[in-house]
Every structure is written in C-alpha cells, then in structure tokens.
Design a binder for this molecule. Structure first.
Ligand SMILES: [Zn+2]
Ligand SMILES: [Zn+2]
Length: 286
C-alpha cells in the first residue's frame, strides 16, 4: 500500500443510481484517514473498504448541498456507536455548511440519550467544527505532522460558499474539487498535483435533456480537460458524474470529451471504491 491514496466512496449525484453512492472521497495517509463530503451510503462504502467509522480522523465538507451531506450524521453517529468517543474534527467553510455541521446531531438527541443510558457509554461530544473563512486564493487551513490541507472558494453559484481542498503529503498531493464549474481557482489550487479528483458534467448531453440549470453550475468535461492539461495534473479522476453513465459508451463519452479538451495525462472515469495512489509511479504523468 503506497503512503498516500485517494478512494472514491461515492461517484453519484442527488439522483439515486444503482452502484453509485452519494458524493464522497477518502484520502488516506498511512493510518490516517480524511473523508471529503459524506453523501448517501458513505458508511457502507467505508465498510466495503474494510474500514469502520472510527477509522475516520477528519471530515472535510465542501458545500451545503444535501447530496454531499446526508451521510454526515450517519458517519458521526456510527463512529460513536462503533466505540470512538473523541469528537470528529469537521472542516467547513463558515456560513451554511458550518451551521449545518454544528447542528448535525440536533435531530438525534433523544436517540443518543436512550443509547447512552442503555449502554452506559459517554455522550458524543462532536462534531468538532473547525470553520474557516472561505479563501479567495488557496490558503492552508489545517496541518498535522505530515499532511497539510489547503482550501479555495470555487464557482458553484448560487451555492455559496463552496470550496475545494488540496492535501499535500510527503509522497504527493491530491486535490478534491467539490462541486464547481471549471474555474481558475481550482486550477491554481491543483497546479502540479499528482491526482485531481474533479466533478464532471457532460454539458451538451445534459442540455439536450432540458436540464440547463445543472450544466450551468457544474464542470463541463471539455473545459475540464483543457484545465487539467494546463495545470499539469498527473492523474485526473472524474466523479459526481452527470449524467450518470449506464453503459460503456456513456463512460467512453466522458473520457472522449476530456481528451477533446486536450488532457494528455492519466484519466480515470470514476467508479465507487476506485483507489488511486498519490505520487506513486503509476499516477505520474506520461
Ligand atoms: Zn453535488
Ligand atoms: Zn452542489
């Protein structure tokens, strides 16, 4: 197992699609694990990876759209039920996302109370919300001994704030876009990263289906290919796939559009549970 890996815990969108959990990305560095967003089914995907919720050391939230958050309470509550009692640190941009995180367990107070009295375990203290002002330019917002996390505001209007995260580790860097149009902010944050996990929208196909509003605030695949090439990305991983691929032809269409944009590096059209090394030779550009 390489030192740093990134795993897609969910490649879906708000619409339920068989085989695709809600949006989520897991970054692991040695025994340390950070979950970025926690959509529908996240804890099941973690279990399928052989992980319990107590194995998660940090949750980083990108924005307050429900598809990215509906699994967050499940993660925090199940971490407690599975026996980890220290609060889960939660990174969130100040505003609606941080407010959501602070209220995360409010609806579960009576469930927590009856479980606590029944089992004698301590009440959960979390989540430990570490809100930050959404930065206009990439800025470091969290540090440990060997992982540094930077964030930047992205372009998902009218949803504000929304952020992307970059994890710098001794073996390499991985960036997770969250939801955004293709933008200069992510391009700056991702410059030279080994792996970029980016949401992807086949705008032309979406518009043909009469869903222009979706294409308006998501990342066009052709523009994404151009941006990833300019940023010198080693491996580009597409997630939050819109429209969700149901056939091999659909999957190939995502790849073809990104290539049409000019991207020449290693390209992966994401599937749930896909794991990519960060900074290993297989993920290098070329
Ligand atoms: Zn979304
Ligand atoms: Zn969104």
């Amino acid at each position: 197992m390489p030192n740093t890996t990134v795993t897609l815990t969910g490649t879906g969108t708000p619409l339920p699609v068989p085989g695709r959990a809600g949006p989520g990305t897991l970054v692991r560095r040695g025994g340390w694990a950070a979950q970025v967003d926690a959509g529908r089914g996240t804890v099941l995907r973690l279990a399928e990876l052989g992980l319990g919720c107590p194995d998660i050391d940090l949750l980083a939230l990108t924005h307050h759209h429900s598809d990215h958050l509906v699994g967050a309470a499940d993660l925090v509550l199940t971490r407690w039920v599975q026996g980890r009692f220290d609060p889960l640190p939660v990174l969130a941009p100040e505003g609606p996302t941080a407010r959501f995180a602070r209220r995360l367990l409010d609806g579960w107070a009576e469930d927590i109370d009856v479980r606590r009295r029944h089992t004698g375990r301590p009440a959960p203290q979390g989540p430990d919300v570490r809100a930050f002002a959404p930065p206009a330019a990439p800025a470091v917002i969290w540090r440990s001994a060997d992982v540094e996390i930077a964030a930047v505001s992205v372009r998902h209007e009218p949803v504000e704030p929304a952020v992307a995260y970059r994890f710098d580790t001794p073996s390499g860097a991985v960036v997770v876009s969250g939801d955004t149009r293709v933008c200069a902010e992510v391009e700056r944050l991702a410059r030279g990263a080994d792996v970029l996990v980016h949401e992807a929208c086949r705008s032309a196909a979406v518009r043909e289906r009469g869903k222009r509003f979706i294409a308006d605030y998501h990342a066009d695949t052709v523009e994404l290919g151009a941006m990833a090439e300019r940023a010198g990305i080693g491996t580009l991983v597409l997630t939050h796939l819109e429209p969700a691929p149901r056939t091999d032809e659909d999957t190939e269409a995502f790849a073809a559009e990104v290539r049409r944009g000019g991207y020449g590096g290693h390209l992966i059209v994401g599937e749930d549970l896909l794991t990519a090394p960060v900074g290993e030779p297989a993920a290098q550009r070329g």
